[in-house]
Design a protein around this ligand. Structure first.
Ligand code: NAP
Length: 312
């Protein structure tokens, strides 16, 4: 078998990547996990995880991810912080360039996850950190006793609204339709909450600010086109996610949404490269599905490496 630095390199330290790391290390494959920022992925921005089995009453996202990290390191997984700049398929060997340095391995598992979508408004970027945020857990506490808006109607928006109501004088949820996309349990909680107001059939037309930061938003009624200015000091954007697949664009086959084309077996268009978790085309984005993918990807890695060893 060809000379490599690692049997397996995993890109991304969310639930999918860490589970792949746990399984691969436990199978005695020499494994490195590369994370760009902090381990834990999107779950680090989740206030309370209520649907991860084994935790009745729920568990805080960061607390759960710390446990994941402790657990996979216990089996000898090496982790490092770095940015993967390039991945090349040299046949039996994969070549990665990480912060300018070369790493050779037999298998690459892509578990790069997703990032929150932006609204795409002209002054949105300059107001980040001055009223606009994509993470209620990170920034919610800055907005005490002031009106807060949450934009979106999915699970993330609903969870953020329910979390932010403890800080804000009120929470206005802005949704472009007249029915939330979020799961029923969250819809029921939102409907029953007196501190959460709904702005149905509405989108944010523009953001209003002064030299201190965000002061309001102009809502556009999607049916009538009517514009209404609403005073808010904090605005949390939760309008969905985009896949983090820049590093594999042009290398792996992607679907029309930019997600890696891979089925439940995590097999991609390049032999020896597997995709796990939210970055691949899937029907459900949950910690449990990411964890399942991570385990499958590690098994596929083991099989691929066994086949390479047999070839000699
Ligand atoms: P999502 O399910 O895609 O919902 C995005 C929401 O934003 C939708 O309501 C959508 O409206 C709205 N939207 C999209 N683009 C918009 C725009 N340009 N302007 C205004 N509104 C816009 O995204 P998510 O809530 O981030 O969830 C992502 C995935 O993670 C989902 O699969 C979700 O189930 C999962 N998740 C699960 C949990 C949990 O299980 N506890 C928690 C968080 C997330 P429409 O409804 O009209 O399309």
């Amino acid at each position: 078998m060809s000379q490599t630095d690692y049997d397996v390199v995993i890109i991304g330290g969310g639930p999918a990547g860490m589970t792949a790391g746990l399984y691969a290390s436990r199978s005695e494959l020499k494994t490195l996990l590369i994370e760009k920022m902090i381990m834990g992925g999107q779950v680090m921005t989740t206030t309370r995880v209520e649907n991860w089995p084994g935790y009745p009453g729920g568990v805080d996202g960061p607390e759960l991810m710390m446990k994941f990290q402790e657990h996979c390191v216990e089996f000898g997984l090496e982790t490092t912080t770095g940015t993967v700049e390039k991945i090349e398929d040299l046949g039996k060997v994969k070549r990665l360039v990480v912060d300018g340095k070369e790493i050779l391995c037999s298998v690459v598992i892509i578990a790069t996850g997703v990032i929150p979508k932006k609204l795409g408004l002209p002054n949105e970027k300059e107001l980040v950190g001055r009223g606009v945020s994509y993470c209620a857990t990170c920034d919610g506490a800055f907005f005490r006793n002031v009106p807060i808006a949450v934009i979106g109607g999915g699970d993330t928006a609903a969870e953020e609204a329910l979390f932010l109501k403890r800080f804000g004088s009120k929470v206005i949820m802005v949704h472009r339709r007249d029915e939330l996309r979020a799961t029923k349990i969250l819809r029921t909680r939102i409907a029953a909450d007196e501190k959460i107001e709904m702005a149905w059939n509405s989108v944010v037309d523009s953001l209003v600010s002064d030299n201190t930061g965000l002061t309001g938003m102009v809502l556009r009624d999607v049916n009538t086109g009517e514009l209404t200015e609403v005073e808010v000091a904090g605005l949390f954007v939760a309008v969905g996610v985009d896949p983090t697949t820049d590093v594999v664009t042009g290398f792996l086959e992607l679907d029309e949404g930019g997600y890696i084309r891979a089925g439940e077996d995590t097999v991609t268009s390049v032999p020896g490269v597997f995709a796990a978790g939210d970055c691949r085309t899937n029907i459900l984005k949950q910690i449990s599905t990411a964890v399942g993918d991570g385990a499958v990807a590690a098994l596929m890695a083991e099989r691929h490496i066994d086949a390479l060893r047999q070839e000699g």
